[in-house]
Design a protein around this ligand. Structure first.
Ligand code: GTP
Ligand code: MG
Length: 191
């Protein structure tokens, strides 16, 4: 899959701007700053394909990346970020929810969870939406390099407990660090 050319296709700000649902796609969802854009860069081996930044709320559109002729990777705006104007946040959130619940070609959503913070109430809200829409989701733990080895297992346990409540959850959790390249090969083969 990733041997094919990867390219930025377009940023979408409204449902009517989505490309035709004629290619299989996976998306990356998660709280603001969790590392969605960095993960896409690590997966594709392109340093600045998706714009990553230290400023939460960096990605404000649904960004489509082509992978070869038949697939898309989709970078979503983060949720749970309170520091932008309310009207703006509401607009992204609405778009995010419409996309997650109504995209025919979406094969799997990757739910990114920060290895330091675990599953938060805002994550639960999105997971419930995915349950309702019957979109299979799989958790990817990010920034594993920021957590001591002894703290990883308790964190995974918290996440597993949370996932048990969600029928749409795929049980296997992938631990990653975009910084160190950990788990990137595994995630690539899952995709
Ligand atoms: P929004 O677009 O604002 O929702 O953020 P995002 O989820 O796309 O996060 P982004 O990839 O922009 O990363 C946010 C910050 O976390 C950046 O400063 C990254 O360098 C940092 N970061 C991302 N992944 C890792 C990682 O694996 N390890 C470490 N140490 N830092 C990371
Ligand atoms: Mg981003």
């Amino acid at each position: 899959l990733f041997a094919g050319e990867t390219d930025f296709l377009k940023g979408v700000v409204a449902m009517n701007g989505l490309p035709d649902a004629d290619r299989a796609e996976v998306c990356f969802a998660g709280r603001s700053n969790v590392g969605k854009s960095s993960l896409i860069n690590a997966l594709t081996g392109r340093k600045a394909l998706a714009r990553a930044s230290n400023t939460p709320g960096r990605t404000q559109e649904i960004n489509f990346f082509t992978v070869g002729p038949d697939h898309y990777l989709v970078d979503l705006p983060g949720y749970g970020y309170a520091n932008a104007p309310v009207a703006v946040v509401e607009k992204w959130q609405k778009l995010l929810k419409q996309y997650l619940s109504g995209r025919a070609s979406l094969r799997r959503a990757f739910m990114l969870i920060d290895s330091r913070h675990g599953v938060k109430p805002v994550d639960e809200e999105i997971m419930k939406l995915l349950d309702t829409s019957a979109v299979t989701f799989q958790v990817v733990m990010t920034k594993a390099d920021k957590v001591k080895e002894k703290d990883r297992e308790p964190m995974l346990k918290q996440v597993r407990t949370a996932l048990a409540r969600h029928p749409a959850a795929y049980p296997e959790i992938i631990l990653t660090s975009s910084e160190k390249g950990w788990g990137i090969g595994t995630l690539r083969s899952v995709i």
